[in-house]
Design a protein around this ligand. Structure first.
Ligand SMILES: [Zn+2]
Ligand SMILES: [Zn+2]
Length: 323
């Protein structure tokens, strides 16, 4: 008679490791363990910080051990693989018990034990989700993907807002380069469009970093933004520019306001706010390529100053003033 042995079960040991593979794009899904967040994102293993490093949630900034960032689907998959391995091993071990005694003589009774192949435990396969923005961190080179646009780098923890601003400014530069070979009408249109993109990119960037500090500040009007940032963060971010450059940047932002809301025709508000010697009430303003190119450089400097002070150095907000 054969004896039951647990050879196959023993072989599994008391730890079963289940490899979790990257998707076709080389990404591994991750999920923030914080209950209120549970944010989903993806990283490409091996592209960021070398050696063990904690993981940062790009959405809420929670920092924790890499092992706490498995997605629910990955855990369900791993569990199902383990159960399958264990049940398969038990099945194999039971199989070793099989015997068959044929009946002997006319009154003999035949006894047999056959282990029937049961339905194997199903593996819960999963597929990583598509995300909206792919980023290669310019600080640690991690390749990651997130919903929305802005977030903290999962490896080094730096916020990507300045990197996104720089990328958008680069697009505007490329748009301006196209004007060299374009007809005048179309070139003017491209210049206006590039300016619009610069203003939107800076506004989106500025709002985002202020929102990280629970402050609500708009950046389409530079003078207004400067006052608000001074109020909330005790920071004059315009101090990286000469007063002349600051005035130039403000004027170009006001031109964009005219283009966006007044078909580019000069109104009293513009004249009052900019002291633009070339502006004539009721005439169209002109925006040149060089003007927008120069503005891009100025905006980059202002953005860097805001980013360094508010997010990198973590400048605190001022307590609200008593009324
Ligand atoms: Zn989170
Ligand atoms: Zn990074």
């Amino acid at each position: 008679m054969s004896r039951f042995n647990t050879r196959d079960l023993d072989r599994l040991g008391n730890q079963v490791s289940v490899p979790i593979k990257a998707d076709d794009g080389g990404y591994l899904g991750r999920e923030c363990p914080v209950k209120e967040c549970l944010g989903y994102f993806k990283i490409t293993p091996g592209t960021g910080i070398k050696g063990p490093a904690p993981c940062h949630c790009p959405y809420c900034g929670h920092t924790g051990d890499q092992n706490t960032f498995w997605t629910q689907e990955q855990l369900d998959y791993a569990r199902s693989v383990v159960i399958r391995k264990v049940t398969d091993a038990i099945h194999q071990d039971l199989k070793s018990l099989e015997f068959e005694h044929r009946p002997v003589g006319p009154f003999g009774i035949g006894i047999s034990l056959k282990v029937q192949p049961g339905r194997p435990h199903p593996i819960k396969y999963y597929r990583e989700k598509q995300l909206e923005t792919e980023v290669v961190c310019d600080n640690c080179t991690l390749r990651y993907a997130i919903y929305g646009v802005f977030g903290w780098c999962p490896d080094c923890g730096i916020h990507n807002s300045f990197q996104i601003l720089a990328k958008n400014l680069e697009f505007a530069r490329k748009e301006l380069a196209l004007t060299e070979s374009a007809e005048k009408d179309f070139a003017d249109h491209l210049i206006g469009d590039a300016l619009e993109n610069v203003v939107s990119a800076f506004d989106g960037f500025g709002r985002e970093i202020c929102a990280r500090k629970a402050a609500d500040i708009q950046f389409q009007n530079l003078n207004g933004a400067r006052r608000r940032v001074q109020d909330v963060f005790a920071l004059d971010f315009a101090d990286v520019l000469t007063p002349q450059d600051w005035e130039k940047a403000c004027r170009v932002f006001q031109k964009r306001h005219l283009l966006a809301h007044k078909m580019g025709v000069v109104d009293e508000d513009y004249v009052k706010k900019t002291n633009d010697p070339q502006a004539i009430l009721g005439h169209k303003i002109t925006v040149t390529r060089d003007e927008v190119t120069a503005t891009i450089g100025l905006i980059e400097a202002l953005g860097k100053r805001l980013f360094d002070e508010i997010l990198r150095l973590g400048r605190a907000t001022r307590p609200p003033r008593p009324h």
